[in-house]
Write a protein of this length. Structure first.
Length: 282
């Protein structure tokens, strides 16, 4: 199976159509039907490594201040407890707990999958990001997860290469600040040249502004680890910026070539508030 990293941006992308959602839809249509989808979402950022293991995961609306149509979205994909057990096996000796009832499918996952797999008929699991671990841990775990690709599991990291909600400028809906562009381009260079070096982005001069909390960046490390394990080099699925301080760039490895997508002015998403590590005590 291919693997991907998606810059998911605003939850409103779930109910809008733009260059980003078109690229996600094209990606989903281009890949073989997965046995299951494992998503590493920025929005399950806790103090442990765990995988959802329930048969029927709930759709989680982990945000506030958005229109009611977004809260009405339901993504009723089944879970796959047996594949959760496989994931525990594949990443040994790294420990992964089985979550039978506490989480589900959050908007970092379903806002993308409603476009990429709109029928919600492929089993979906989520892997929690362990906030207590260093960047190297996540890259290594991504490397271990690469074995799932040979088992028919599509692994997707969902976050943003650049994610700074504090510095958003509503007057620049499709532009990136100079520091955001520098960091985004540095990430592109690493992913297309040597994904194993992705952890060095934590030493980039613009790291502190690009990732004031690492929750949205870390899913990129899982993708980089899978790419490094197979010797693949990433290709961009779609490029763009939102409100100066968000990168919407998405990447894939092992996927058939798809038409290039570039953001337009009308692709800017309205984004009042989403719950993230910047808003909580996590």
């Amino acid at each position: 199976m291919p693997a991907a990293f998606v810059g998911h941006g605003s939850p409103m992308n779930a109910v809008e159509r733009n260059a980003y959602t078109d690229a996600w839809r094209a990606f989903g249509a281009s890949v073989p039907r997965p046995r299951a989808i494992l998503c590493v979402s920025a929005h399950w950022y806790i103090n442990a490594t765990a995988v959802t293991a329930m048969a029927t995961p709930r759709t989680i609306h982990d945000f506030y201040g958005f229109p009611s149509e977004l809260f009405d979205v339901d993504y009723p994909a089944p879970g796959a407890p047996e594949i959760a057990e496989e994931i525990v096996e594949v990443v040994e000796p790294t420990w992964v707990g089985l979550d039978a009832d506490s989480w589900g499918i959050d908007h970092g996952t379903w806002s993308v999958l409603v476009h990429a797999f709109p029928d919600a008929d492929v089993p979906v699991l989520q892997l929690a990001i362990n906030a207590m671990k260093p960047l190297e841990y996540h890259l290594d775990l991504g490397t271990r997860l690469a074995g799932l690709r040979d088992r028919g599991v599509l692994v997707i990291g969902s976050g943003n290469v650049v994610h700074n909600l504090r510095d958003i400028d509503w007057r620049q809906p499709t532009a990136g600040f100079a520091w955001a562009e520098r960091f985004n381009e540095a990430a592109r260079t690493v992913l297309t040249d040597d994904p194993a070096r992705a952890v060095t982005l934590g030493e980039h001069p613009d790291w502190a502004q690009a990732a004031p909390t690492p929750d949205h960046f870390i899913p990129l490390l899982y993708f980089a680890g899978m790419a490094a394990a197979s010797g693949d080099r990433a290709a961009a699925l779609v490029d763009g910026y939102a409100y100066g301080s968000l990168s919407m760039t998405s990447y894939s490895v092992g996927a058939p070539p798809a038409p290039a997508h570039e953001a337009r002015s009308e692709d800017a998403a309205w984004m009042p508030v989403e719950v993230s590590a910047e808003d909580t005590n996590i």
